[in-house]
Ligand binder design. Structure first.
Ligand SMILES: C[S@@+](CC[C@H](N)C(=O)[O-])C[C@H]1O[C@@H](n2cnc3c(N)ncnc32)[C@H](O)[C@@H]1O
Length: 300
């Protein structure tokens, strides 16, 4: 990639090739896809235009912006972070430095939640650690009578989730609460979902730069063994779930047994495991045993 700041006008295909080649030479995992997204999104052209109109002239200032963004990608930022948006489920979500970039494997949590919420159910759903709103908004986009509460410890993340809800016309069916997971909730929820921080603290420095340097650490750090947030959420289950309600959590595949053991210690039974697209266990659906249900809840 050229280093000059005053990029001259260039042709679309030449610019695209330069970015693609730079990404290939740097051995990015998906160089062609990254180059295509970066070029089309930055220039506001479609993939069809990229192919059909290769000689289109790109003004120097736009070519310069593409080159700057390509350099950010080569320095370790993900395409989502650079563009400030990420596709999740059927939604186009805005992300910010305060939110985790949603991951495709998290769609496993959505699938599991949809498997227990009927198409017309007026289900009450809580998402603990809502971030961009990815899980909650995906569920509400599929279940038109459901209502959702998004919780996060980060006010900036809550604002981002609220903005994403508005963009997808889901704001009238969501509210947002700042707090420590479910501490402020009452036992009225049909489904509680959570993708809590679950990386063991001492593993964070070993994560790839795209994650380590750009995802907020409050969204990653699960404490010494990575299980701290599960312990909090499992302890809170009886004060969030209504009778028959389900708690659905994302897990690190390697931690499946440890998370199930923690869940069982907190009276959560009837474990259903769902695999992600790579075939690895990625989400657990749990239910409180009858003798662990909270009784005598007063709504005042
Ligand atoms: C792994 S991210 C998940 C974000 C989003 N749900 C997703 O799946 O893309 C974890 C989220 O939990 C939030 N979080 C961390 N500690 C929390 C706490 N004690 N109470 C509530 N939310 C917390 C973080 O701010 C972050 O948004």
């Amino acid at each position: 990639m050229r280093e000059d700041k005053t990029t001259t006008d260039t042709e679309l295909a030449l610019l695209y090739s330069a970015v693609k080649n730079a990404f290939r030479e740097a051995h990015l995992t998906t160089p062609d896809l990254d180059a295509r997204l970066l070029v089309t999104e930055t220039l506001g052209v479609s993939t069809a235009q990229l192919i059909a109109n290769p000689r289109r002239v790109i003004p120097g200032h736009l070519a310069h912006e593409v080159e700057q963004r390509a350099r950010a990608r080569l320095a370790g930022q993900s395409i989502g972070r650079i563009l400030g948006r990420r596709a999740f489920w059927s939604l186009d979500l805005r992300i910010s430095p305060d939110t985790l970039e949603p991951r495709p494997e998290t769609e496993t949590v959505v699938e599991l939640a949809l498997s227990v919420i009927g198409p017309d159910d007026a289900a009450l759903v809580a998402d603990l650690g809502v971030g961009t709103g990815a899980i909650l908004l995906a569920i509400l986009s599929e279940r038109l009578n459901a209502f959702g509460v998004g919780v996060d410890v980060s006010m900036a993340a809550l604002s981002q989730a609220a903005r994403n809800a508005e963009r997808h016309n889901l704001d009238s069916r969501t509210v947002y609460v700042a707090g420590n997971f479910g501490e402020a909730l009452a036992p009225v929820f049909d489904v509680v979902v959570s993708n809590p921080p679950y990386i063991a603290t001492d593993r964070i420095p070993q994560l790839e730069a795209t994650v380590r340097n750009y995802d907020p650490h409050v969204a990653l750090d699960g404490g010494e063994d990575g299980l701290n947030c599960y312990r909090v959420v499992f302890r809170q289950a009886r004060s969030m779930l209504k009778k028959g309600g389900r708690l659905i959590v994302e897990i690190d595949p390697a931690a499946e047994q440890a998370v199930v053991a923690e869940a069982q210690q907190h009276g959560l039974i009837d474990v259903v495991t769902a695999n992600d697209l790579t075939g690895r266990p990625r989400a657990l659906s749990l239910q409180l045993s009858d003798d662990n249900m909270q009784t005598g809840y007063k709504s005042s």
